[in-house]
Write a protein that binds this ligand. Sequence first.
Ligand SMILES: Cc1cc2nc3c(=O)[nH]c(=O)nc-3n(C[C@H](O)[C@H](O)[C@H](O)COP(=O)(O)OP(=O)(O)OC[C@H]3O[C@@H](n4cnc5c(N)ncnc54)[C@H](O)[C@@H]3O)c2cc1C
Length: 429
Amino acid sequence: MSPGASHRHPLAGTTDVIVMGAGHSGLAMSAWLAAHSVDHVVLERGEIANSWLHERWDSLRLLTPNWQTRLPGFRYQGAQPDGFMATAEVVQFIQNYASYIGAPVRTGITVLSVHPDGDGYRVQTNHGEWHCRAVVMASGAHGIANVPALASALPASVRSLTAKQYKNPRQLDDAGVLVVGASATGLQLADEIRATGREVTLAVGEHIRMPRTYRGRDVQWWLYVAGILDQRFDAVDDLVRARRVPSPQLIGTPERATLDLNALTARGVHVVGRLVGLDGHKAQFSGNLRNECAMADLKLNRMLDTFDALAERSSVGEMLGAPERFAATRVDERPRLDLDLANHRIGTVIWATGFRPDFSFLQVPAFDRKGRLRHHGGIVDAPGLYVLGLNFMRRRKSSFIHGAEDDVRDLGEHLLAGLRQPARIPRIA
Ligand SMILES: Cc1cc2nc3c(=O)[nH]c(=O)nc-3n(C[C@H](O)[C@H](O)[C@H](O)COP(=O)(O)OP(=O)(O)OC[C@H]3O[C@@H](n4cnc5c(N)ncnc54)[C@H](O)[C@@H]3O)c2cc1C
């Protein structure tokens, strides 16, 4: 049994709220519900912090610094506030939080389905059935690794791995690797694999370039003081697009190094455009690489302008280093448009093409025509149903550990108002 988990709680029955998932989001919601005396149970299919235990690659460190890693009433207290937690430390942090709040977690319980049931929900698990007034789905934003449809055309001789399946370079044969996707995940995997001496090609589409530090401060500090992380979902022009923006090209290392395309090409990674086709052994890439990189450079410089303007207006400006600008991304005059996987001995393709949540258990008519969950900042379009931890769900920081506190408070208040109603939970903006 994982720390903080308990068998004191029944396997089935009736409660006010079922929280699905004992990651940081579900636990933060549990703490809020307990503080407001709401009867609830947290159902977890694996162990506490299961995603960090089983679904990350071995060398991963958070890209948010330790000072930022906090949950309601609980924060990093170690000696390295500017460091970045390794996966095992994140697991420990979340398990310690579960113990600290005494969360009513039942581990090893998989929610198989959630059905509407009178004024609430019927939650079917592998160990029985629950009836509740409300369900909070904190089952993770990264349940399914996105793999483009063209992956099915990959020749059988080339191994296909998602970023969830990849653990370390020892899994790979000695051949070259094509990494598809240039967000934080793609860059980190390309870098790690290249360091083993393998030939690595990185297919790059839209991406967000960010330095690790700027004027002596971590970029996350800048994003925080500029209020960017607190931007609300109802204050952006194109929310669908904002929710699709890839994660920034960042890595958390003890050296606080910047990892961008220039760093990778300097280490011998071959950078090509977005993967657009597979024809037999031939991979085809978009000719748009230079534009994609120019756009990322432009957005980076705009962001740095914002930071500089902020420093001008603020008294902390004097304590910072001088403004700086970074070299434009170096791209070949005529980047490669195709690659023969056989001739170039590519043994593996790694899909670092993002993730999406898995709501296959949800038997509630709350999806749009494209199969996306209909929700307003986490308040699902079905009374008493909530979701947590999605990308830019209520705020830009919603999917990060430090983003849980504000979202849980907002959704908790809405949920509690509903429980106090004799009938169904009302929908409010
Ligand atoms: C590669 C990567 C790097 C990241 N780096 C950072 C970072 O640097 N800083 C940061 O703040 N955040 C980071 N995140 C984002 C975020 O912190 C994590 O995704 C986090 O795991 C999300 O927490 P969660 O509680 O919402 O979901 P999860 O941690 O995924 O927890 C969901 C839980 O629900 C359980 N579950 C799922 N389905 C069921 C079911 N049917 N029945 C019962 N239980 C179920 C799962 O087992 C899991 O334990 C990163 C994410 C990824 C993927």
